[in-house]
Design a protein around this ligand. Structure first.
Ligand SMILES: [Zn+2]
Length: 412
């Protein structure tokens, strides 16, 4: 926050949103602003529709005197669109500003069909989901997209993605914004002139790696007090997301956590064009290949997930073996980062895989690094990426440094 007595409307909003100060008196105390200045800034937030009075009624004021009205972030003044692309499947949703899913759709969508086709299709999904959720295109404040590859979040470009042919350097933000606008204009949800017109103004699109956003979604909703959180997604590929101090740790160019292409020595060919990658020997795709070789019908991580759920003994044995290989790499990750939570997510995340991870992790990592470590499976399941993508958009748009500009744009 800016210095004491300098807090802007965005700082006040942040204090209310995080629950650190939710009355006028508490805001005065937290910021050092006068009652009149707090009042002026709150008035702008009320006029924008971003704040509302709390349902709980007045509470005692920290400054004494009359009980104060509590303030809340108004999570119904806009909605967020989010999508999570896996290699062959995608999910999309309409979410409230506090992360509640209002409408959701999942279906086959192959990243190898290329960004033009995939993002065009997502635009259509978004238009239909908005209708289902009972919201208009002009109520959408932003779009968040999770992709299975490394992303430069400054530009929204994927950077040399191993398993996304045709996506390298492609303008994902522009294409998705256009796909949404075209479908919102021509689709069933262009019910009003205002709706269609407002959708024509460019909707901000934010893009990040799927494991990063799953980690962000899971940490915020399930482990908000965990200051070092690691999520490993094991599906058709393998990736990791790291949340440190409440923020995704991305490294200098978005490459942090891309553990799937660490060479572990085997000579199995990898989809990235190399050999011996962790993903080539321990992912859902790798387990599916091993099963297919021995006559069990399996072609992808999701097929393996179904076999594991049905208690297939060979699938379980291979998943445990894959877990040991991943656990070996995670011993280094855990030693380096000393996380409080290590979450295993994705198609292979189940008892057999987790057993394998634990076997190698506790054998190889220093006891000091694992003493306070919880090894868990996903809580949000296939919704983790959507929840994380929605939260990324909201945190970006309502960050104190962006609030002033947005309030001015709204004319308040
Ligand atoms: Zn590879």
């Amino acid at each position: 926050m800016t210095g004491r007595g300098q807090a802007g409307a965005g700082d006040l909003l942040a204090l209310v949103r995080t629950g650190r100060a939710t009355t006028r008196g508490a805001l005065q105390q937290a910021t050092g602003l006068s009652r009149a200045t707090v009042g002026q800034r709150l008035d702008r937030l009320f006029r924008a529709g971003w704040l509302r009075e709390g349902a709980g009624g007045p509470v005692d004021s920290p400054l004494g005197g009359r009980p104060s009205i509590t303030l809340e972030f108004d999570d119904a003044h806009a909605v967020v669109l989010a999508a999570d692309l896996d290699t062959r499947h995608a999910r999309a949703a309409v979410l409230t500003l506090t992360g509640e899913i209002l409408a959701e759709h999942g279906g086959p969508l192959a990243v190898e069909d290329g960004p033009d086709v995939v993002l065009g299709e997502l635009g259509g999904w978004f238009a239909e989901l908005l209708v289902k959720a009972g919201h208009r295109p002009d109520e959408v404040c932003g779009i968040g997209l999770a992709v299975p590859g490394p992303v430069d979040t400054e530009t929204g470009l994927v950077v040399q993605p191993p398993i996304m042919p045709g996506w390298d350097g492609y303008d994902i933000r522009g294409r998705l914004a256009r796909a949404f606008r075209e479908r919102a204009d021509t689709g069933a949800c262009a019910g009003t002139e205002a709706g269609a017109g407002a959708a024509r103004a460019e909707v901000p699109v934010l893009v990040d790696n799927d494991a990063n956003l799953m980690a962000y979604g899971e940490q915020r909703t399930g482990y908000p007090d965990c200051s070092a959180f690691v999520l490993v997604k094991v599906s058709t590929g393998i990736g990791a997301g790291v949340v440190v101090g409440g923020s995704v740790y991305r490294g200098v160019d978005g490459g942090a956590g891309d553990i799937g292409h660490i060479r572990v020595g085997a000579d199995a060919p990898c989809r990235c064009g190399s050999h011996g990658c962790l993903a080539a020997v321990a992912s859902g795709g790798a387990v599916a290949r091993r099963l297919a070789e021995s006559g069990v019908p399996a072609a992808s991580g999701s097929d393996v997930r179904d076999l594991l759920a049905a208690g297939h003994p060979e699938a379980a044995a291979l998943a445990r073996e894959a877990g040991r290989k991943v656990g070996d790499v995670l011993a280094t990750v855990v030693t380096l980062l000393n996380p409080g939570v290590l979450m295993i997510a994705g198609d292979l995340a189940g008892t057999a895989f987790l057993t394998g991870v634990r076997e190698l992790l506790y054998q190889r990592a220093l006891p000091r690094s694992t003493a306070g470590l919880e090894v868990v499976t996903s809580r949000l399941g296939e919704r983790a990426g959507l929840v994380g993508a929605g939260a990324m958009v909201v945190e970006h748009l309502y960050a104190p440094e962006r609030v002033e500009e947005r309030l001015l744009a709204l004319g308040v």
